[in-house]
Design a protein around this ligand. Structure first.
Ligand code: FES
Length: 134
């Protein structure tokens, strides 16, 4: 990716694209969600370790464009320490705002993080709900 290609992005996007936070597998994740953009084929896997309904750790693996990687990285930062209830309220636009906005043509790239989060929380809730409300 040349510097020219990155000029349309905010400094936050460039920073998270070039220095992704929390990238890599999370072996003891108890909430995992994946999403794939059917048009470009980009893919994100979000892994959360949730302890007593609070997100203790978040990691991601994304194969995609700078906007997809930056929103994935930022999502893990935003989610860490958040309650499951608050995380469930996050929308795609929250991730766009968190990275300082995205070029219009790249807004759709933030769908990966929002969709992967939704699936990860559904995965978490599908596991022994009684023990999670304790
Ligand atoms: S171009 Fe595929 S997610 Fe950005």
């Amino acid at each position: 990716m040349s510097d020219d290609d990155l000029r349309a992005y905010s400094d936050i996007v460039i920073d998270h694209f070039q220095h992704p936070r929390n990238a890599g597998p999370l072996d003891d994740a108890n909430a995992v969600g994946e999403d794939r953009n059917p048009v470009c084929g980009d893919h994100m896997k979000l892994m959360l370790r949730i302890d007593a309904d609070e997100i203790a750790e978040a990691r991601f693996q994304t194969r995609g464009c700078p906007a997809a990687i930056a929103t994935s990285s930022m999502a893990t930062v935003v989610l860490t320490g958040m309650t499951v209830e608050d995380a469930a309220r996050l929308k795609r636009q929250d991730f766009v705002d968190a990275v300082g906005g995205l070029p219009k043509a790249k807004i759709h790239c933030s769908v990966l993080a929002a969709a992967a989060l939704k699936k990860a929380l559904a995965h978490y809730r599908s596991q022994s709900p009684a023990s999670q409300s304790a």
